[in-house]
Design a protein around this ligand. Structure first.
Ligand code: BDR
Ligand code: CA
Length: 332
């Protein structure tokens, strides 16, 4: 009899830009995730635009039944900053995407983040792909919120101190560093894992050959993923000098869906720099005298495993429900 893999029940918090969009495809269309709700937050683009982008991405994945709840419109204390220079004015490479079929839900994202794990204690995995504003706002109302989730994976920080928005900081943490600190103060390493920008910049980079492979798949999801990330490719070439473009949010989603893709982790105490010069930089304390670890940090993922999941997902027909074969090697 065929072995079936139970799908991972997910809540996803996102500032949907072009890499968040690909992460949503992985969550909704790989057959590995069971997305119960998507919540949105200001980040890459204003929250209205990010909400629209999340609705479009889920539609491309064949999942118009997943509710999308708009959340906080601005960081806790800072002025809003976007990453439209990276992802395009619409956050999706300005390729002229049509309006989504489904509208956003009226219930606020923070209420969703608070209520779903109370209905399903310990069952849901939360994956955050944007600034941590919604999660921090929820934590102000329920200090134990993170413990109510099965696990929380965040695309956040740059553990090697090489930044994308400043010399040493990663965008999601830099955009709302106070929120990131609130999350860290409630975190424990058994419940919270951060996957930083550093992890997506090595083996998981989408090289020109990978981009061609994606484009040549020619399916609706592959064409969408390829087209919307052209501006990121140009930005990466000009600013970060990568041999291709990075996909930090999809890498994070891949680790949530397939934790074995994380091949190096550490448990450490992390805080966030709030001063202007180092705003959003991770302060990682590896001294013997450091406070007890509050976080699991992923330091390396399998680039090959990540890309295989990406290509396999994009090759699928949108709306295909079943999980992929857990042991494809047995049938070769
Ligand atoms: C992160 O910031 C955004 O530009 C991406 O969507 C990702 O979440 C990378 O620093
Ligand atoms: Ca994001």
């Amino acid at each position: 009899m065929e072995e079936t893999v139970p799908k991972l029940p997910l809540i996803i918090d996102t500032d949907t830009g072009s890499d968040d969009a690909v992460a949503l495809l992985l969550a909704a269309a790989s057959g590995l995730g069971d997305v119960r709700a998507v919540t949105t937050v200001a980040g890459n683009v204003p929250v209205v635009t990010g909400t629209r982008n999340a609705l479009i991405s889920l539609q491309i994945a064949g999942c118009v039944d997943i509710p999308v709840h708009p959340g906080c419109e601005r960081p806790m204390t800072r002025a809003p900053s976007t990453a439209q220079q990276v992802h395009g004015h619409d956050g999706m490479g300005d390729v002229g995407l049509p309006k989504p079929l489904r509208a956003a839900e009226p219930q606020h994202a923070v209420d969703v983040l608070l209520s779903y794990p109370r209905w399903h204690p310990g069952e849901l995995t939360l994956v955050t792909l944007g600034p941590l504003t919604n999660i921090a706002a929820a934590l102000l109302r329920d200090r134990d919120l993170l413990t109510r989730y099965r696990h929380v994976y965040c695309m956040a920080g740059a553990a090697d101190m090489r930044g994308n928005i400043s010399a040493t900081a990663e965008f999601n943490v830099w955009a709302d560093p106070e929120a990131a600190r609130v999350v860290l103060q409630a975190a424990t390493p058994d419940k919270v894992t951060w996957i930083g920008w550093d992890v997506s910049r090595t083996d998981a980079v989408m090289t020109p050959a990978d981009q061609l492979r994606l484009e040549r798949l020619g399916t609706p999801m592959a064409t969408f993923a390829h087209r919307i990330n052209r501006t990121v490719n140009d930005w990466a070439r000009d600013v970060t000098g990568l041999p291709g473009y990075d996909l930090p949010d999809p890498v994070t989603m891949a680790v949530a869906l397939r934790p074995e893709l994380a091949i190096e982790r550490e448990q450490v105490h992390v805080d966030i720099a709030l001063g202007e010069e180092t705003r959003g930089q991770l302060i990682i304390d590896r001294r013997r005298s450091a406070p007890v670890p509050n976080l699991t940090l992923v330091r390396r993922v399998s680039g090959t495993g990540f890309k295989q999941l990406l290509f396999d997902t994009c090759a699928r027909t949108p709306g295909q429900a079943s999980a992929p074969d857990p042991h494809p090697e047995r049938h070769r």
